[in-house]
Design a protein around this ligand. Sequence first.
Ligand code: UDP
Ligand code: MG
Length: 151
Amino acid sequence: MSNTERTYIMIKPDGVQRGLVGKIIARFEERGFKIVALKMAHPTEDHLRKHYADLANKPFFPGLVKYMASGPVIAIVFEGLDAVKTGRAMLGATNPLASPIGSIRGDFALAVGRNICHGSDSVESANKEIDLWFPEGITSWKSVYEGWLYE
Ligand code: UDP
Ligand code: MG
């Protein structure tokens, strides 16, 4: 766990279509996470098959890839203390109905196949996902708030 841990957060096509981009980014910014990469992209099915390679054998995989390729996404890297685990907690559970009120999925979504936002599940997958989505690299910068966020 470090102040410079990074996680890959992606607002899925339904989150973009439903106009939730600003609200989702605001939650991470307000919590204290720093944006170190951000772009809109309309991923190909091939790119998404790489992103979700671990799930290739699941029955929902073809539908998942179609859903994720159905429109543009917002790809973001957030940096901050315990970013991976905290990002997952902020998302809620995979199934929005099982997600606590106050979490992103618990507040804005209902169905597992339309759960509006992705978050890396480990530091190792975060690093892989950041390389996959940002081959051009990320932007390191120092926030003036750092002395007020961290001891
Ligand atoms: N998913 C689905 N049906 C399922 C399980 C997962 O459609 O039964 C979708 C859902 O959009 C989920 C994504 O596949 O976010 C990736 O699944 P994973 O288990 O990695 O969940 P996550 O890490 O996103 O919570
Ligand atoms: Mg996952």
